[in-house]
Design a binder for this molecule. Structure first.
Ligand SMILES: [Mg+2]
Length: 391
């Protein structure tokens, strides 16, 4: 059995934890600029109709009495580490999926912590005792059902799907509850008469594949309760990313490049701090019509310098010649390998932005920034403080 632990309204709960005077208030965490969006709303605010990704301006309109707070990601990460470490006391197989969610493998834990239900109760109790925060736990024979189960009795919930009940559970599971089925996909599924996951079983593979491609195959497997993915410890750090909603939608490439330089600096520092190099750099762009694209490049020698992250992301931007206005731009780094992995150093010399000299520049800049803050030293670029950094 696999357990999925999901903290309840995590960001807002941490805010209430740190500021007890906010008890019983509607709390909304999100970008506070004119164009910011809601990252997290507590249950009181959700009752007013507020949900994540809603424009903050609209949230203020429907909930004027709410307390609006800018995210403090650093603090949330601190609490997250405490929670993940609690989980590791129960099982060596803990896979954090996000800052406030993790899978825990129950196999082999029976003798120490009892049945999945008993262990879940113990996990909930320990997290509450040590952090004063509540979570919801779902248990099932596989990851995808465990994730669905943790959502069923939120907040402070516990729901276990026992192996003998899996088939019935799937029969009645509304299709939009399946991870990966968004609004568009669920509409398409409804059109062909599929409303529950169980109904997928009756559909010939060929039709599913022609409508949904690879995902059709996945749906068919899920309909039979097949999900071979294991709880994997190593996926703890898969990528780092940063993105900003621009103060105004723009087509101005120079402005976008300034944004990329600021982001390269911040994400580079994050990467170096966590002790990794990145092999893949991805540029993300959201247009003013909310369509989104990503473009990636994999580099032969993984990097950790700000200069090369910047030059690769600008290269991707230059190659993307779309005339529509851009609302949001971001960079993510993946293919992460620990810095102590041996590398072919001779390759560095060929590319000026990969020169080892940049490591020294980065080190000096990181030290100064760490000590005195972000504005103290910049790389000959105008600062663009009005941009709203969301992650
Ligand atoms: Mg959560």
């Amino acid at each position: 059995m696999i357990l999925h632990i999901d903290m309840d309204a995590f960001y807002t709960s941490v805010e209430q934890l740190d500021r007890p005077e906010l008890k019983n208030r509607c709390i909304i965490v999100g970008g506070l600029s004119r164009r910011g969006v809601v990252s997290s709303a507590n249950y009181a605010a959700r009752k007013k109709g507020i949900h994540s990704a809603m424009p903050i301006a609209y949230a203020k309109k429907i909930c004027p009495e709410g307390v609006f707070i800018a995210p403090r990601i650093k603090r949330y990460k601190e609490v997250s580490i405490v929670i993940m470490n609690i989980l590791r006391r129960f099982s060596p197989l803990v896979e954090p999926v996000s800052i406030d969610e993790a899978f825990v493998d129950h196999s082999g834990c029976e003798r120490l912590f009892g049945s999945p239900t008993q262990m879940s109760e113990m996990i909930k109790k320990t997290i509450f005792q040590e952090t004063n925060l509540t979570c919801s736990v779902g248990g099932a024979p596989n990851k995808f059902l465990a994730k669905i189960a943790s959502d069923l009795n939120k907040p402070d919930g516990l729901f276990i799907i026992h192996p003998e009940n899996v088939s019935d559970f799937i029969c009645f599971l509304p299709i939009h509850k399946v991870p990966g089925v968004g609004n568009k996909t669920s509409q398409k599924l409804h059109q062909i008469g599929i409303h529950t996951l169980g109904q997928v079983r009756n559909y010939p593979d060929s039709i599913l594949y022609s409508h949904f491609g690879k995902f059709g195959k996945r749906l068919k497997e899920l309909a039979y309760g097949i999900d071979p993915s294991r709880v994997s410890v190593s996926s703890e750090r898969r990528s780092v990313s940063i993105e900003s909603t621009l103060p105004q939608d723009t087509t101005d490439r120079e402005r976008l490049k300034i944004q990329l330089r600021i982001q390269s600096e911040n994400i580079g520092r994050q990467l170096r701090k966590s002790g990794f190099r990145a092999g893949t750099i991805t540029l993300k762009i959201k247009h003013d019509d909310f369509t989104q694209i990503t473009r990636s490049i994999s580099i032969p020698v993984p990097t950790r310098t700000t200069a090369s992250i910047y030059s690769q992301s600008v290269g991707l931007l230059n190659a993307y010649q779309d005339k529509r206005k851009i609302r949001l731009i971001g960079i993510s780094l993946s293919g992460l390998i620990p810095c102590n992995t041996p590398m072919q150093l001779s390759l560095f010399a060929d590319n000026p932005v990969s020169h080892p000299r940049w490591d020294k520049v980065d080190k000096v800049m990181d030290d100064i920034t760490e000590k005195y803050g972000k504005e103290m030293v910049v790389r000959g670029i105008p600062s663009l403080t009005e941009a709203n950094e969301e992650s």
